[in-house]
Design a protein around this ligand. Structure first.
Ligand SMILES: Cc1cc2nc3c(=O)[nH]c(=O)nc-3n(C[C@H](O)[C@H](O)[C@H](O)COP(=O)(O)OP(=O)(O)OC[C@H]3O[C@@H](n4cnc5c(N)ncnc54)[C@H](O)[C@@H]3O)c2cc1C
Length: 602
């Protein structure tokens, strides 16, 4: 069992699902490829997950379930996603239930909890409309007030699990005037509807997640009782945006699972494929490509795991943090997958030659993650609107503010500390400029200085971490100055340059999250993590697009990372800062031909 309790469920699920490389295991690569080909909904696999009682972990403890932390949640969603994102996404539409855990009455919570846990119930989110996409306020679906409830009219499309769900969260206009309070959110229980007043749209043929129930739902004078409304009339947009803060962050877990399989299946090939009398892994360029990809995966881990824990401590700051995670992690892991397929070579394009062709499928499936639930630009835009306040907040920090940040960072980033229960009612539309991760970087810088006296810290590595952290701080100062000197625009007509600046903010944020993660877990996680060479490489990679840097990364660091990557692959552990044990695979037993160490070039 994993020493960190919050990773034990993921390990247990992993063990019980079995080796995905074995054709007979549940959700094996062979099976999920067949489902993809046939485009059949994964009925049996979803049922297996229900029988395993995974649904209990989607329901908070105070609502009768077993959900205790987002860190635990992210870990088990990764376990599903590394096998198949289609099934992971289909099962995890259940996380829309957080809208009810956040805004529902006791009765609504009780009903939904029972539906999920005892009736294998599932739900979907019906926000999008064919004509309106990201423009939620522009929607045409209406809910007209009548005696005892509302009459719903209009169509929602494209909606994942619109047809195969018992509960549909519908965003509809309750006020004809456009404006922030024109929308209301309804938890529509289809079992209570007159079936002649709603209909489902046909399956949408997609390039990825092909076995999904992608469809839509339409309403024609469909009566829904008043008790299906969540909170007050007019609060729909606010609830939708707060709900997105939760789900956008959780989307990162899908990407992490896919990146793990992309790396693993590429290594399966690279350590065995011999050309020019050596393995692909022993050729310096592909080896470096894999090392760079692995480093980015670890940095994404720091951002995702930190955020998953941060939800429990600073939910009021998630208008910033969730947008950073949804943009940075999903896009960075897309880049990781795109970079390793070059190493996999022609096999990435074949449907059955390598590991049942799973790479080709995950490439298609994964490309939706950065798009749905708020696309990349939508998340960057959400950040841009908050930059003024973020920069102001940073310039006004006082001693007391810093003390508060320090104590919160300590709980957020120390993986061995337990987190308090999540309090969704504390989510805010705007965080009033607070962002502990970057605003606490000076604290981290001081902590790094203090490590100089610690005997177990490699002085060279520490010096490099300090130099790079200093540069992150300089870039952050330059960022604040640039924001202070720019005009502020409300709305959607933002200068394209600001989108580039928002990307930079995300890079700096991920750099800071990595530094905090290292400081607080140096003595808790494994030796590779503790030594910190990966962090030097990670910081270097985050800063390189924005700054010309001195070449301070020794080749030996990359080589040590390459060795660790091989070790995780051989031991069949997740490519992560928390490398949980994976179900044993048969391919692992094959002896790799890659040499233990690449001849370092002088
Ligand atoms: C597989 C799949 C599953 C989905 N599942 C669901 C679901 O379960 N529930 C649901 O409600 N929806 C779902 N969607 C819909 C999805 O969330 C929308 O497609 C998404 O919000 C983007 O909308 P759009 O493609 O219509 O683009 P539009 O909103 O029409 O935008 C078009 C383009 O304009 C630009 N743009 C948009 N906003 C901004 C901005 N603020 N700043 C700058 N540029 C901008 C972008 O380049 C964007 O691509 C799903 C979609 C797919 C493909």
């Amino acid at each position: 069992m994993h020493q960190l309790k919050q990773y034990q469920i993921a390990e247990a699920l992993e063990r019980d699902l079995g080796d995905p490389g074995h054709p007979e295991s549940t959700m094996s690569f062979k099976r999920v490829m067949e489902l993809d080909e046939s485009e059949e909904f994964p009925e049996a696999e979803v049922d297996w997950l229900y029988n395993w009682k995974l649904q209990d972990y989607y329901v908070p403890e105070n609502c009768g379930g077993k959900f205790s932390s987002f860190e635990e949640f992210v870990a088990f969603v990764r376990v599903m996603s590394r096998r198949d994102q289609t099934i992971a996404i289909a099962f995890t539409t259940m996380f829309w239930s957080f809208l009810t855990w956040m805004a529902g009455t006791d009765d609504q919570k009780k009903k939904l909890s029972q539906f999920i846990r005892e009736e294998k119930g599932t739900m979907c989110l019906a926000y999008s409309e064919r004509a309106h996409g990201s423009d939620l306020i522009g929607g045409d679906v209406t809910a007209k007030k009548v005696e005892g409830g509302y009459l719903l009219n209009g169509e929602k499309w494209p909606i994942n699990r619109a047809t195969r769900s018992g509960v549909t969260f519908v965003l509809a206009k309750t006020d004809e005037e456009e404006g922030a309070r024109c929308l209301s959110l309804f938890m529509v229980d289809k079992r209570q509807l007159d079936p002649s007043t709603y209909y489902n749209l046909p399956k949408i043929l997609t390039h990825g997640i092909r076995a999904s129930d992608m469809s839509g739902i339409g309403f024609k004078d469909c009566f829904i009782p008043e008790e299906m409304r969540l909170q007050d009339e007019g609060s729909g947009l606010e609830l939708a945006l707060k709900g997105f803060q939760i789900t956008r962050m959780l989307c990162a877990a899908f990407s992490h699972g896919a990146a793990d399989t992309a790396m693993r299946t590429t290594l399966n090939f690279a350590i065995n494929r011999v050309i020019y009398n050596k393995t692909v892994f022993d050729i310096p360029q592909p080896r470096q490509t894999l090392v760079d990809a692995f480093i980015d995966m670890l940095v994404c881990d720091c951002e995702t795991i930190g955020a998953a824990r941060g939800f429990h401590i600073i939910p009021e700051q998630f208008s910033v943090w969730a947008a950073v995670v949804k943009y940075f992690v999903t896009i960075k892991l897309e880049e990781v997958i795109n970079s390793v397929y070059v190493v996999l070579g022609s096999r990435f394009y074949m449907r059955d030659e390598h590991d049942y062709g799973i790479f080709q499928k995950l490439l298609r499936d994964n490309s939706i993650i950065s798009m749905f639930d708020g696309s990349s630009v939508v998340n960057l835009h959400a950040l841009i609107l908050q930059f003024r306040q973020i920069a102001k907040y940073r310039s006004r920090r006082k001693q007391k503010t810093m003390e508060g940040i320090q104590s919160r960072l300590d709980t957020i980033f120390s993986l061995e500390k337990s987190v308090p229960p999540f309090e969704p009612e504390k989510l805010g539309l705007f965080g009033r400029g607070a962002d502990d991760v970057l605003q606490g970087l000076e604290i981290a810088w001081e902590q790094l200085q203090a490590l100089k006296t610690e005997a177990d810290v490699d002085a060279d590595v520490l010096e490099k971490i300090i130099s790079l952290t200093t540069i992150v701080l300089e870039e952050l100062d330059a960022f604040d100055e640039r924001i202070a000197n720019s005009g502020f625009e409300h709305g959607h007509d933002q200068d394209p340059e600001l989108f580039e600046l928002a990307k930079k903010y995300c890079d700096l944020h991920a750099a800071a999250a990595s530094v905090h993660t290292w400081i607080y877990n140096r003595t808790i996680l494994d030796d590779f993590f503790s030594k910190g060479e990966w962090l030097v490489l990670g910081l270097y990679r985050r800063l390189r697009p924005w700054r010309s840097l001195p070449n301070l990364v020794p080749k030996a660091y990359s080589e040590n990372v390459a060795q660790h990557l091989l070790k995780l692959h051989q031991e069949n552990k997740m490519f992560s800062i928390v490398p949980i044990q994976l179900a044993q695979t048969e391919t692992q037993e094959e002896k790799p031909h890659a040499s233990a160490e690449l001849q370092l070039q002088a």
